[in-house]
Design a binder for this molecule. Structure first.
Ligand SMILES: C[S@@+](CC[C@H](N)C(=O)[O-])C[C@H]1O[C@@H](n2cnc3c(N)ncnc32)[C@H](O)[C@@H]1O
Length: 273
């Protein structure tokens, strides 16, 4: 993909998720159905708040639940402890940051990183409504995380890495900000290895979290190349033929090496809308 193509795709992603945030902020609807991950009303059981059990949803302001656009629940896999520093990549309406902040307690901190102003405003309002004081929402891109090296215990993310136009750099950035021994608990859409990038693009759009998905093998290779160990990618539920919501786990044991990372790019045919 050319630099211009990648830039345009990222701007399209930003525009679509700004629309989703506005829909929730204006109270007109939930965030699904507005060209987002759950476009086409897929919020029933494949994307969004339905993936959180009632008890977890009960901890959240209604707008935070409604804004949920994830494809899993990273909170249950990240196994957070009191005092830890957590970073949520592509924090959207703040659902996983709020839940994380409660679990790490006042001696810990939960960062949310997002590039979309409307999502950041929604997330800050939701965290305030939830009475959270140990959450910080940062504006920026996940390809260039605005935090120092070795400053984070756990990186979580929910249905965002598939939207990146430079996934190898995202994985290297995750490794950079994690402390040695730090871990990841990520939910994402992942393709079966049998599907080519073109076949993934036939199954859904890029902003809809389908066309840009990595395959299981690509995810594992990318994480290993970025210095991760104990890598696992487990499918949880099918979201399209051969495409799954998945839980991605790994531990950082070595410093990332930029050289040798696989080039992971969406298919040239991956339409953005
Ligand atoms: C599918 S939504 C998921 C939001 C949230 N994680 C959730 O579970 O509800 C994707 C979010 O990632 C953000 N995003 C997408 N690509 C990004 C990037 N390259 N850098 C930072 N944020 C990004 C969007 O603005 C949007 O808020």
């Amino acid at each position: 993909m050319t630099t211009t193509g990648a830039h345009e795709l990222r701007e399209e992603v930003r525009r679509r998720y700004a629309e989703s945030a506005r829909a929730v902020s204006e109270g007109s609807s939930g965030s699904c159905g507005s060209g987002s991950c759950c476009e086409g009303g897929e919020s029933d059981a494949k994307f969004g708040e339905a993936l959180y059990d009632a008890e977890l949803r009960g901890e959240l302001p209604e707008a935070a639940s409604l804004a949920s656009l994830g494809c899993g629940n990273p909170i249950v896999v990240a196994d957070l402890n009191e005092g830890e520093t957590v970073l949520d990549l592509g924090s959207g309406g703040g659902i996983d940051v709020i839940l994380s902040a409660k679990r790490v307690g006042e001696t810990g901190i939960a960062f949310g990183l997002d590039m979309t102003d409307e999502m950041l405003a929604l997330a800050r309002a939701n965290a305030q409504e939830a009475g959270i004081r140990n959450a910080v929402f940062l504006k920026g891109v996940i390809e260039e995380i605005p935090l120092p090296a070795g400053s984070v215990d756990v990186v979580i993310s929910n249905c965002v890495i598939n939207l990146s136009t430079d996934k190898a750099t995202v994985l290297t950035e995750i490794a950079r900000v994690l402390r040695p021994g730090g871990r990841i608990g990520i939910s994402d859409v992942v393709a079966e290895d049998r599907l080519s990038p073109e076949e993934r693009a036939e199954r859904g759009s890029y902003v809809g979290c389908i066309a840009g998905a990595l395959s299981k093998g690509e995810y594992e290779a990318g994480l290993e190349a970025a210095g991760f160990d104990r890598v696992s990618v487990e499918f949880t539920h099918e979201v399209a033929d051969g495409m799954h919501g998945a839980i991605v786990k790994a531990v950082k044991t070595a410093e990332p090496e930029r050289r040798g990372l696989p080039v992971i790019q969406p298919a040239a045919s991956a339409g953005c809308c």
